[in-house]
Design a binder for this molecule. Structure first.
Ligand SMILES: NC(=O)c1ccc[n+]([C@@H]2O[C@H](COP(=O)([O-])OP(=O)(O)OC[C@H]3O[C@@H](n4cnc5c(N)ncnc54)[C@H](OP(=O)(O)O)[C@@H]3O)[C@@H](O)[C@H]2O)c1
Length: 233
């Protein structure tokens, strides 16, 4: 399974740009999506400045969503539904959409260490309800700190729990494994996003208590073939 290009909706922001930088480094073409063509261009330029030889361009969100078959959405929960409504009609029928949204209570003025109840069960399930039937959606990358993603001199560590339809997971696995030392963990159907998303709120609290900026998660006891490659000896 190869992924040649990924569109990142909200790719001007902390998490989306961090993921884009890491994927650009892995040789994956980047399309940055934004509500503003100018901001999209600026972020794409940033990718090419920070990752020599990277292929990156910026487009408004609907055009970015139409640009390829892998679309990552990394926007704040308060804007999530509006963004999905703006891109839904532009997604390719064969697209795999990967949602990173965490419904932190900060979206409504509450604490980032608390999560909101979402009618559909989770932000990812809300997203799935807003895209055309047949377009596959997974939830993933919730536990990766944007600070760590942007720190291109440091390797990442930990697991990425991926929820969603089985047939979409090879694409997501490829994107996880394109970022060195990260491990893909199949976290089951999209319904499980209601368990996975709140872990980020827990990690935000752990970051505060330990005065760090990149707490993550690791699942133990998995079979050997699921072990992430360690740093080079
Ligand atoms: N930051 C992290 O460490 C982290 C870690 C894991 C998961 N996440 C999740 O990833 C998502 C993005 O987080 P982030 O920190 O990258 O957010 P962010 O930087 O605040 O926003 C990302 C982008 O979304 C767009 N946006 C901002 N507010 C919006 C609104 N009200 N409506 C529509 N679009 C809006 C903006 O793009 P344009 O203005 O260019 O359109 C912005 O650059 C969130 O759901 C967050 O919970 C974040």
């Amino acid at each position: 399974m190869t992924v040649e290009q990924v569109a990142v909706i909200g790719g001007t922001g902390e998490e989306g740009l961090g993921l884009a930088l890491r994927w650009a480094r892995a040789g994956i073409g980047i399309v940055i999506g934004s509500r503003s063509a100018e901001r999209a261009d600026q972020a794409a330029t940033r990718v090419t400045e920070l990752v020599p030889g990277a292929s990156a361009r910026g487009l408004e969100n609907p055009d970015a969503a139409a640009a390829g078959s892998v679309v990552v959405v990394a926007v704040p929960f308060e804007g999530q539904a509006t963004i999905y409504k703006s891109i839904a009609g532009h997604l390719r029928q064969d697209a795999v959409v990967i949602d990173c949204t965490v419904p932190v209570a900060a979206a409504v003025g509450g604490k980032a260490t608390n999560v909101l109840g979402v009618w559909q069960g989770s932000a990812a399930q809300q997203a799935a309800s807003l895209i055309p039937k047949g377009v596959q959606l997974c939830g993933a990358f919730h536990s990766l700190s944007a600070v760590a993603l942007h720190d291109l001199n440091s390797s990442l560590e930990g697991d990425v729990l991926v929820c969603g339809p089985r047939t979409a997971k090879p694409v997501v696995r490829r994107l996880v494994e394109a970022i060195e030392h990260l491990r893909f963990v199949d976290a089951g159907p999209l319904d499980n996003a209601r368990i996975v998303e709140p872990i980020t709120a827990l990690l935000i609290g752990i970051n505060h208590r330990y005065k760090v900026d990149r707490a993550g998660i690791r699942i133990t006891g998995l079979p050997r073939e699921e072990q992430a490659p360690g740093p080079a000896e």
